[in-house]
Design a protein around this ligand. Structure first.
Ligand code: 3EB
Length: 341
């Protein structure tokens, strides 16, 4: 007689924030690593480590405890490395990271980096992007031509999206944030066709329609992306970097508490049942369901206030990390992202 032992499979893709003290967390046990992103005290070129892509990003000041963002899957992983690009795929999900070295002007290098990554994703059949991160050194500084580096970056990214728009299903959730390093590190996740719905927020102008006072070519991202279940786990909403912006205006430029109010209200509206229903997604979340939260704080002096507010809003068990880095508009003091599941 044959006995079939069915392991409880709760989900096929998960994200964990692993700290040195935490060791290998339970959720990692017996699962495969799709990618590791080391948030620490130095950057580096993308590499392969124990059969998975790894990148290190300089996002931590001396006092901070580094952590590794680990993407895990139940499926077998295949990976590759070409120059400054690493990737992995599990048959359902695709991860890619590219490092753009420091440059006087970034536009063409960013366009080329995204172009190479999109080509690879498409070749392998992963045409639906669902989450991107862009970590930009000296984000509000000026490039060699006097253009703000974030705007220079946005122009290159917009050109790549334009070039590849017929092959990809819209613009996904993203983060564009400062790093303490040089150059630009970008990484993203994509999946097989048919699972993504990109979300906008009725309180905010879609970023790709920002007026040109914020830069010659607009930022290419949605406020969030819903990823439907792959048949095993639940769906999820990936919440983009969210700040104190109403319409296209920064509000409360000098007031951290009020920027926190607006940021949290923006996320609450984005993930609400009402907003998801507007996008034909049958789900809904509250702030207490946000996990894998990254909170970017421009000024170290605001960290205590931001930590205190996050302790009230997010449950004790949630992964919440604080990063003291630059934000893409000089008047933004705080930005937050996470995943609802
Ligand atoms: C904003 O709402 C704030 O350039 O990828 C948030 C999320 C922001 C993503 C990006 C920028 C990006 O415009 C900044």
């Amino acid at each position: 007689m044959t006995v079939l032992h069915t392991l409880p499979r709760t989900q096929t893709l998960d994200c964990v924030f692993d700290t040195p003290a935490g060791g290998d967390r339970d959720v990692l046990a017996g699962r495969n690593v799709l990618a590791r992103i080391g948030y620490g005290h130095h950057g580096g070129r993308p590499t392969l480590y124990r059969g998975s892509p790894r990148i290190d990003v300089h996002m931590m000041t001396a006092a901070d405890v580094p952590f590794t963002e680990v993407w895990v899957t139940d499926r077998p992983v295949r990976c590759g490395l070409q120059d400054n690009l690493v990737y992995a795929e599990d048959g359902e999900h695709f991860f890619c990271a590219v490092r753009v070295e420091e440059s006087g002007v970034y536009r063409d290098a960013v366009r080329t980096a995204y172009g190479a990554a999109f080509r690879l994703a498409r070749q392998q059949g992963y045409t639906d992007l669902f989450r991107m991160w862009n970590l930009v050194g000296d984000i509000t500084g000026a490039n060699a031509e006097g253009t703000e580096i974030y705007q220079d970056f946005c122009a290159g990214r917009a050109l790549a999206f334009e070039e590849w728009s017929e092959h990809f299903e819209g613009m996904p959730a993203a983060t564009g944030i400062g790093s303490l390093g040089t150059g630009i590190d970008l990484y993203f996740l994509a999946c097989r066709p048919g699972r993504t719905t990109h979300l906008e927020n009725p309180r905010q102008t879609p970023a790709h329609r920002y007026p040109d006072r914020y830069g010659p070519l607009p930022p290419s991202f949605a406020r969030g992306t819903h990823l439907a279940s792959d048949g095993y786990g639940p769906g999820a909403v990936y919440v983009s970097g969210t700040a104190s912006i109403l319409g296209d205006d920064t509000v409360h430029p000098d007031d951290i508490e009020r920027q926190l109010d607006v940021t949290l209200a923006n996320i609450e509206t984005l993930v609400s049942e009402q907003n998801l229903r507007r996008h034909a997604v049958d789900a809904g979340y509250g702030l207490a369901e946000l996990d894998r939260v990254k909170v970017y704080v421009r000024d170290a002096e605001h960290l205590p206030a931001v930590r205190a507010r996050c302790a009230e809003v997010f449950p004790g068990g949630a992964d919440v990390v604080f990063l003291n880095v630059g934000i893409c508009r000089p008047d933004l003091l705080v930005e937050m992202e996470g995943i609802c599941r």
